[in-house]
Write a protein that binds this ligand. Structure first.
Ligand code: 5CA
Length: 441
């Protein structure tokens, strides 16, 4: 992408309305603009990051055996009356009436929609288990939308729903998601700690929140340092094996949000206990037959008997993750994207637009990167070098390649690694190998 063509409205000034660093940087880096309270338009760079995060979520869901569907944003009130949640949800639910005076709502979650599908379509025990997910916009009329995309009213969520024949099966499905979540966050460069959680309006008796520690987090949390030193399951994770021992390794250590914290039950030594704030980037629930019973999701078992399905639901805050990653990875100059979610891998800076040598070299590098499948933002604007460097740091692209007349005379370009600020000179002859290395990473 050429900077002269890209719609990337960066700001030099810090917007007054933004209270936390991720919100400030998302506005300054031209990723989003607020359209109404808690409702945002995603601009090209923001959308690229959102898509990358969604894609990692998708890959890890698929790998764990979940299947993608797409449910509507607008749901029927009738379905929610069936589960008894229509009145309970209160003012947080955005209620709509259509031209025939039928009551609709903008979905805050989708237990009812998916349970209804399964109730109608799945009739035999042979069709189970099933785990269905979607990545779809949700709406919750939050009392206090704030911190940009962290607590929006409209936000992108991955939500999935597992259906099993019995509790053992449902707990296995829960454990799959527990481990898949650890892998998902790790791939985004985040350490998310699973913590015993309250189930709120979703309900159920087994639940974990996944929390990224950050000063600006909305929840106070308590956890054993040991959890921060543990690694997510690797590529050899076999989802068909008994997962309980792996999950137990995590849940054996104390970790709780403030609603669930019990100082008497906390067995962690003082110097091992982390007391911090955190951002909830995911939440998983096992709730048995809470929805399947009233909505009639049941199948015929092998002996012809009726089996009401055991369910769980699992959420990831996809749009919130954009903010959470920035909270975890930035410096005074701007965002530092982990490569896996970066909008582009390489930022190419032409220091002297109009200089035949600089232009030709940049065009060649730009073409070579493109041919190798490396995503590149080429700053081809005729502007001061200082402004270009500042902008490149602000938008946080992992690798910066700078081409200027002085370096070119010696046959060299400059490479800067955004994460540690380290700069080095690279001979033009060695660029091919450098590009290959970026293509592989
Ligand atoms: N039905 C269940 C699981 S699918 C559910 O709705 N869970 S939830 O309420 O915990 O939401 C799932 C995730 O969505 C949360 O962990 C959080 O990361 C994200 N989320 C919730 N509310 C908001 C909001 N107002 N803005 C941004 N993200 C949010």
């Amino acid at each position: 992408m050429r900077r002269t063509r890209l719609f990337l409205p960066t700001l030099k000034e810090t917007p007054a309305e933004a209270q936390i660093v991720s919100h400030r940087l998302m506005l300054r880096a031209g990723m989003v603009r607020q359209s109404a309270a808690g409702i945002y338009t995603w601009l090209p760079m923001g959308l690229r990051v959102l898509h990358k995060i969604a894609q990692i979520v998708r890959e890890e869901q698929d790998r764990a055996g979940a299947q993608e569907v797409l449910m509507p944003t607008i749901q029927s009130a009738e379905l929610w009356r069936g589960s008894g949640r229509y009145e309970d949800y209160g003012k947080e639910m955005l209620r709509i009436t259509d031209r025939h005076d039928r009551e609709l709502l903008y979905g805050p979650t989708a237990e009812e929609v998916i349970t209804d599908i399964v109730a109608n379509e799945v009739t035999s025990y042979r069709d189970l288990p099933k785990n269905l997910y979607n990545i779809q916009w949700k709406f919750r009329d939050e009392v206090r939308p704030r911190f940009g995309v962290m607590r929006g009213r409209e936000f992108l969520m991955k939500d999935n729903y597992s259906f099993d024949l019995d509790k053992n099966g449902a707990v296995h499905s829960y454990n799959k998601m527990f481990l898949a979540y650890l892998r998902t966050y790790a791939r985004m460069g985040l350490k998310a700690v699973p913590m015993a959680a309250d189930t709120g309006p979703i309900g159920g008796d087994l639940s974990h929140e996944f929390i990224v520690l950050a000063e600006t987090g909305e929840s106070a949390v308590f956890c054993d340092q040991a959890l921060l030193d543990m690694d997510a399951p690797g590529d050899d994770l076999d989802y068909d094996s008994d997962l309980q021992p792996q999950v137990d390794k995590w849940t054996a250590h104390y970790a709780a949000t403030d609603e669930m914290h019990d100082a008497d039950a906390c067995d962690v030594a003082d110097d091992q206990l982390i007391t911090a704030r955190g951002i909830e980037v995911g939440h998983i629930f096992y709730f048995g037959t809470k929805y399947s019973e009233p909505l009639g999701a049941a199948v015929q078992g092998p002996d012809g008997q009726k089996i009401t399905l055991e369910m769980g639901s699992y959420g990831i805050g996809v749009s919130r993750l954009v903010g959470a990653i920035i909270e975890a990875s930035h410096d005074d100059n701007g965002i530092i994207w982990p490569e896996s979610v970066a909008p582009w891998t390489v930022g190419l800076i032409n220091l002297k637009v109009g200089d035949a040598d600089c232009d030709a070299t940049c065009e060649r590098i730009y073409a070579d990167l493109g041919a190798a499948g490396v995503e590149v933002l080429y700053d081809d604007r005729d502007e001061r070098a200082g402004g270009k460097f500042a902008d490149m740091d602000l938008v946080g692209i992992p690798w910066q390649l700078t081409v200027g007349p002085r370096g070119l005379k010696d046959g060299k370009v400059e490479v800067k690694h955004r994460a540690d600020g380290e700069k080095s000179e690279l001979a033009i002859d060695a660029l091919g190998d450098w590009i290959d290395a970026r293509a592989k990473s």
